[in-house]
Design a protein around this ligand. Structure first.
Ligand code: AMP
Ligand code: MG
Length: 296
């Protein structure tokens, strides 16, 4: 086999679903990237440079769009399967960028994108999953959450807004909820966009420097940043408690945007290929219709 051939074969064999998955029951250390563990926010298995990454993401775009169309088409005739991409990560980790560059590869008509902010007074009157349940993708759709129900085991834990027992209860409730989604044929793809504190500082500074980015900045981002270790710990616990066989977590090295986009696109591709949705057979008489059309 030629060198190029070997490279292509290696790329085809790479199963990101296995490589980036947080193994069930694994206690992870997000801060250990200095010692070059698997959880390095800078890099992961895949294309080695930006130009190769961008090229491969564009190439995947065509395949992703085709699979989405098949999922949508199958949904018109009773196939209830759908996909939900859950994006979590610290400020500037690239949740919005992933929606723009990866979910943007799909046809917007088949997508349902939802961002979750600080709960409104109305949302606060209900259980934390109330606002989430309303946004679950319908059959045939691809949904994307920019933040999610996981905020409710992160912010309140770090800021001690609710009792610990309540947070404990929520992990179990999330697992039951996601099991229900799996039973309803929702493929949940949960991506934690892992960035380093240095990278976050650079991105926050850029937001201040550039007039076209300032609207994204909030002084409270600095308060959250000051709580970085507590947030990392809260993420470690959430990834540990809620990486289940029916809805595993994937850890996405997100310091480099092109790699992050490539990895999330690739994960979605692997999931959609496994679903292998089929265009439905027509429920009308093809020959009869052709004849009628030709006759008029
Ligand atoms: P952003 O996504 O940066 O525009 O900001 C949204 C803000 O809403 C973030 O600071 C989140 O932490 C916060 N947020 C989202 N959901 C919740 C929640 N359930 N409880 C508390 N804060 C939340
Ligand atoms: Mg923010």
């Amino acid at each position: 086999m030629t060198k190029d051939g070997r490279k292509q074969q290696a790329a085809a064999d790479l199963r990101l679903r296995e490589v980036l998955r947080v193994p069930r029951g694994e206690q992870i250390d997000l801060g250990a990237y200095d010692t070059r563990t698997a959880y390095d926010p800078r890099t992961g298995p895949g294309p080695k440079d930006k130009s190769a990454g961008l090229k491969d993401t564009a190439r995947m775009g065509k395949r992703l769009a085709e699979l989405q169309e098949r999922l949508w088409a199958a949904g018109t005739t009773g196939d209830v399967r759908r996909v939900l991409l859950v994006l979590q990560g610290m400020d500037t980790s690239g949740k919005g960028g992933t929606v723009k560059h990866v979910v943007g590869l799909f046809h917007p008509a088949g997508c349902r994108v939802k961002g979750f902010k600080v709960p409104t007074p109305e949302e606060r009157e209900h259980d934390f999953l109330w606002r989430i349940e309303k946004e679950i993708p319908r059959p045939g759709e691809i949904g994307a959450f920019d933040r999610s129900h996981y905020e409710d085991v992160l912010v309140p834990r770090v800021r001690a807004l609710v009792p610990r027992e309540e947070i404990e209860r929520r992990y179990d409730e999330i697992n039951r909820f996601e099991q229900r989604l799996a039973d309803d044929r929702v493929t949940v793809v949960k991506c934690f966009l892992h960035i380093s504190p240095d990278q976050q500082r650079r991105r926050l500074l850029r937001r201040l420097d550039r007039p076209d980015k300032r609207w994204k900045f909030s002084p409270s981002d600095i308060d959250d940043r000051a709580l970085w270790p507590a947030y990392q710990e809260a993420y470690e616990i959430a990834l540990h408690r809620c990486s289940t066989p029916h809805a595993p977590w994937y850890l996405i090295p997100a310091d480099r945007k092109w790699f992050r986009n490539w990895a999330v696109a690739r994960l979605l591709l692997e999931h959609l290929e496994a679903l292998d949705p089929r265009y439905p057979e027509p429920d009308y008489d093809l020959e009869e219709c052709r004849k009628r059309l030709l006759a008029h």
